[in-house]
Design a protein around this ligand. Sequence first.
Ligand code: MV4
Length: 455
Amino acid sequence: MIQKLLIANRGEIAVRIIRACREMGIKTVAVYSKADEESLHTLLADEAICIGPGPSKDSYLNMEQILSAAVVMQADAVHPGFGFLSENSRFARMCGQCHIKFVGPDPEVISRMGNKAEARKTMTEAGIPVVPGSREPATEWQAGKEEADRIGYPVIVKAALGGGGKGMRIVRVPEDFESQFHMAQRETESAFGDSSMYVEKYIENPRHVEFQILADEHGNVVHLGERDCSIQRRHQKLIEEAPCCAISEELRQRMGETAVRAAKAAGYENAGTIEFLLDREGNFYFIEMNTRIQVEHGITEAVTGIDLIKEQLRIASGLPLSVRQEDIRIHGHAIECRINAEDPERNFMPCPGVITNLHFPGGNGVRIDSAVYNGYQVPPYYDSMILKLIVCASDREAAVRKMRSALGELVIEGIHTNLDFQYEILCSRDYEEGNIDTSFIESHFAAGAGQAGRL
Ligand code: MV4
């Protein structure tokens, strides 16, 4: 069993991991930047070690510094959380070379799934339904155009190393292909230092539905149902829910079984997510696999009762999964709202600063994952997400009502947040009725803006 875990992250996910370790009797080491000396993860861990100045590239992305800290502090495992180094295969490999267990899949799997064109190929060969599109990545527009003409328009050109919306262009007519391909490719080169692209049929306004899976090193693979993550703004998720209200029990079984087969085809170990697009006709297509614990894991925990971080630590320790597929049941409905330190009135610009007054909602079925406290200074260097509000109730309608009530009780003063924007979404007719897809924010708010830009 892991004795001492170094958490290569900050903020609420570092706190979430520390809590799981405390319950499991695992000692914790926090790493922190100069800007995080007073952060909750630094204060809560058993031990803490400074790894550099505020900017991420000098601290939370500094692999040598983090591994030196792990060696010096005698940690036997590293949990990368999400973001930062969580999907960096080189970091995972370096951990192995230092005889430190990386809490996640093998470096080869991280790298294979990190290349979305290669992931497509792996899944196609395993008989997993993928969006019609490229069999091979293309670096020349002519090769991409041949694929596009074959599948038919509209198509979407994507970066092989992309994900998260960078290096992506929708092409509606053949005449635009060459210029759109080059635009996507230029963005890809500057963001990833790579020019490898692929083409897919463009699915109009799908739902983004992802399945949580767990795989141990003994060959057991299970799925924990799905999350609907369709409410996004500029590829940043805002609200997630579990289960997806557009999926029947029969479809859930088919998609879940597909997700398990996908994880097996990838040679997967630990917690992972299989992303699908779901169209109006109920067709689903694999798009990507995420090889990390995700921000929205808490809603899956709420409806399954399974602690995903504890499962990750069990798996990394070589233990079998604590659950079998037939024991996993989805109970009720959970919703998560991401609260960000940003100003919806100023195009969602990040707004760091000091929190001068803070009040959390509570009650039955309300969970807050956060690392902020009254008087805390939100540093300017990192992601603007400061709090996740998760509610769980017997059904979707009850969960929506509980979320409205909880958002109404939540008080964060001193900094701008998207709290009111979230409340507005929760009160909209289409959200209430479950009429959501990936175009929701664009179609309900002009240019994805807040009240200032309302249609
Ligand atoms: C798509 C798609 C439609 N068809 N792929 C966006 C993020 C990345 N994880 C995958 N994404 C999409 N992939 C196919 N074949 C729609 C999206 C998508 C999207 C695309 C362009 C502009 C905004 C979008 C918002 C959500 C999803």
